[in-house]
Design a protein around this ligand. Structure first.
Ligand code: GLN
Length: 256
């Protein structure tokens, strides 16, 4: 590791278009955890018409409705080669809802538009015709990643996402619909990339997931000699998680 304080580069994709239900809070939560530890965080926003930078340690993309997805899909898909190369290098990624759908192989919207995906996850998403019920409500899920435990959030999507043969779920739903309302899966993982339908925003009340992403980003930047993350007091985040989990248990529809 180079001398001086460690520093990470986070790339935020289309923050002006892909940001529903306060998903921007994910970047804020990560920046706050870095600041409290003295880790520098260089943030690069990629807007339409702008190329991805050469390097990244962490990539974030939030949710967006079909209209925004139609605008960003061609450029995002064109950047798929670089994003998949980053994934294979172990770059940490968090893609939420509409961003998760576009990080898959493709998304057919309710109007029948075939949007290409970046192919980070082996998932495919299809929206039912207009008028079919959206999947809306509280979600409680158990992560497939050891040590993460329960995840609590809010979903609102028409698209049904199906894992391909190379797709691994991020979690299993106990309440809520998850990927498709049929198989009980929620989201996807690939190397250090996480895709999920969970809004909240997700990271402020999930410190373990936040730190997992930051640890992967540190490993990407500094290799196996990366400095360990200092523990933080997370009582507030844990209390927020407990409230969200209780609400999901009370109000979320039972999982399929
Ligand atoms: N447009 C997508 C859907 O409805 C994603 C919505 C969202 O990001 N909230 O399936």
């Amino acid at each position: 590791m180079s001398a001086g304080a460690p520093s990470l580069r986070v790339v935020v994709l289309y923050p002006d278009l892909m940001d529903v239900y306060a998903d921007r809070g994910n970047a804020i939560a990560l920046a706050d955890r870095c600041r409290r530890r003295g880790i520098g965080l260089e943030r690069v926003d990629v807007r339409l018409g702008k190329a991805l930078p050469e390097e990244a340690d962490l990539v974030l993309i939030g949710g967006g409705q079909d209209r925004e997805q139609e605008r960003v899909a061609p450029e995002l898909a064109a950047a798929g080669g670089r994003l998949r190369a980053w994934r294979d290098e172990g770059v940490a990624m968090l893609a939420v809802c509409g961003g998760y759908q576009l990080f898959g192989r493709g998304y057919r919207t309710s109007r029948g538009a075939e949007l290409p995906g970046a192919g980070v996850f082996d998932v495919t998403t299809v929206a039912p015709p207009p008028g079919a019920p959206r999947h809306v409500g509280e979600v409680l899920a158990f992560s497939e990643i050891p040590g993460l435990g329960t995840l609590a959030g809010f979903e609102n999507h028409a698209g049904r996402t199906y894992l391909g043969p190379g797709g691994r779920p991020f979690a299993r739903v106990e309440r809520g619909r998850g990927n498709n309302g049929q198989d009980g899966t929620e989201g996807a993982i690939s190397v250090e990339a996480v895709g999920t339908y969970l809004h909240g925003p997700l990271l402020p009340r999930h410190p373990a997931l936040s730190d997992r992403l930051l640890e992967a980003a540190m490993r990407h930047r500094y290799g196996t000699g990366a400095p360990a993350l200092a523990p933080l007091a997370d009582a507030y985040a844990e209390a927020a998680h407990a409230v969200a989990a209780r609400v999901a248990r009370e109000r979320g529809v039972p999982a399929p």
